[in-house]
Write a protein that binds this ligand. Structure first.
Ligand SMILES: Cc1cc2nc3c(=O)[nH]c(=O)nc-3n(C[C@H](O)[C@H](O)[C@H](O)COP(=O)(O)OP(=O)(O)OC[C@H]3O[C@@H](n4cnc5c(N)ncnc54)[C@H](O)[C@@H]3O)c2cc1C
Length: 289
């Protein structure tokens, strides 16, 4: 399949990219990052932007840096670059682990971290990581710059709080000292998640002091499993705490079923992924002491 005709711009500054978005708003202008979601959608004519604004030549969007306890990843940083980055390994090992589950290496060589978050596929891995890590997205539009928390960003399947006239320039992940784990069930490795669970946990004197748990594949957006966090925080790390967190975290879930898994099966898979992630994150937190 080929896309219908569209116009193409390749700006070199964020200001020019934002101006082009405004100028071509009536043509349903869209930003192009790695193209690994937008181009297939255009080829299948599920998206028909009249104007495509390519971010590849925009200066300053391809850096990864550590800034005051935050890992800042620019909008044109490819998933493969982040996966291999020492800064990501140090400050966000949860993200590094999740990236290994995103598609296959050729896709990750082009696809960007921010593009995956912007696309907001409910079965994607990185939105759940962004939610667990209390990430913030920096958006630039005609009115200037603003920050959007991951908790506010995801509004529905493929729907976000980003305005049609805004561009994301970076994502900021808050570093979380402790244990981490990303566990996914998918039909084959490299497929989108049927269910995926991201866990961060901090321990002191054998007790769980703080945690962050989020999942993909259980609703129209990634979900923060706050009931699971509350159920085990304050408890002694171990199987009883994990049992409590698994029960609490999956109690209120009502995911829609699809071809890959019915609702009840999805909850069973979620229980299994959550248990494995809690166990692995706890072991890693214990190893770090
Ligand atoms: C065969 C295949 C398998 C895949 N498997 C998986 C998988 O298992 N898990 C997974 O998570 N993903 C998977 N993907 C998708 C892949 O991860 C994409 O790279 C990612 O979803 C989008 O990133 P991108 O940089 O390619 O964005 P693009 O495709 O360029 O853009 C996607 C959307 O985000 C918007 N956008 C991108 N960047 C910005 C920005 N800076 N500001 C504002 N809007 C922006 C675009 O306008 C567009 O609407 C797969 C893709 C393919 C082709």
């Amino acid at each position: 399949m080929k896309p219908p005709p569209f116009r193409y711009s390749s700006p070199t500054t964020v200001a020019d990219a934002v101006a082009l978005l405004a100028e071509h708003a009536a043509d349903d202008a869209r930003v192009l990052a790695g193209g690994q979601s937008l181009v297939p959608l255009m080829n299948f004519r599920l998206a028909q932007p009249g104007h495509v604004i390519d971010l590849r030549r925009v200066a300053g969007l391809d850096t990864i840096r550590l800034a005051g306890g935050e890992l800042v990843i620019g909008a044109m940083v490819r998933q493969a670059t982040a996966e291999r980055s020492p800064e990501v390994a140090l400050a966000a090992p949860l993200l590094a682990e999740a990236l290994g589950h995103v598609a296959h290496p050729p896709i990750r060589n082009s696809g960007t971290v921010v593009g995956s978050i912007a696309h907001a596929d409910p079965a994607a891995e990185l939105p759940a990581v962004a939610l667990a890590m209390d990430a913030e997205l920096t958006a630039v539009g005609p009115g200037g710059e603003r920050r959007i928390t991951a908790a506010d960003f995801f509004q529905g399947p493929f729907t976000t709080a980003l305005g049609a006239d805004e561009i994301l320039t970076e994502v900021r992940f808050r570093s979380f000292p402790g244990g981490h784990a990303f566990v996914e069930f998918s039909r084959t490795h490299g497929n989108f998640a049927v269910v995926a669970v991201a866990v961060l946990v901090a321990l002191a004197d054998g007790r769980i002091t703080r945690s962050a748990i989020a999942a993909s594949g259980l609703g129209g957006t990634p979900l923060r499993l706050t009931a699971a966090e509350q159920a085990w925080e304050g408890s002694t790390a171990g199987s009883a705490a994990i049992d409590a967190a698994v029960d609490a975290g999956t109690a209120g879930l009502d995911p829609a079923g699809d071809l890959h898994a019915g609702s009840a099966t999805r909850i069973d898979i979620a229980r299994s992924c959550l248990r494995e992630a809690l166990e692995r994150a706890t072991e890693r937190a214990l190893d770090r002491r």
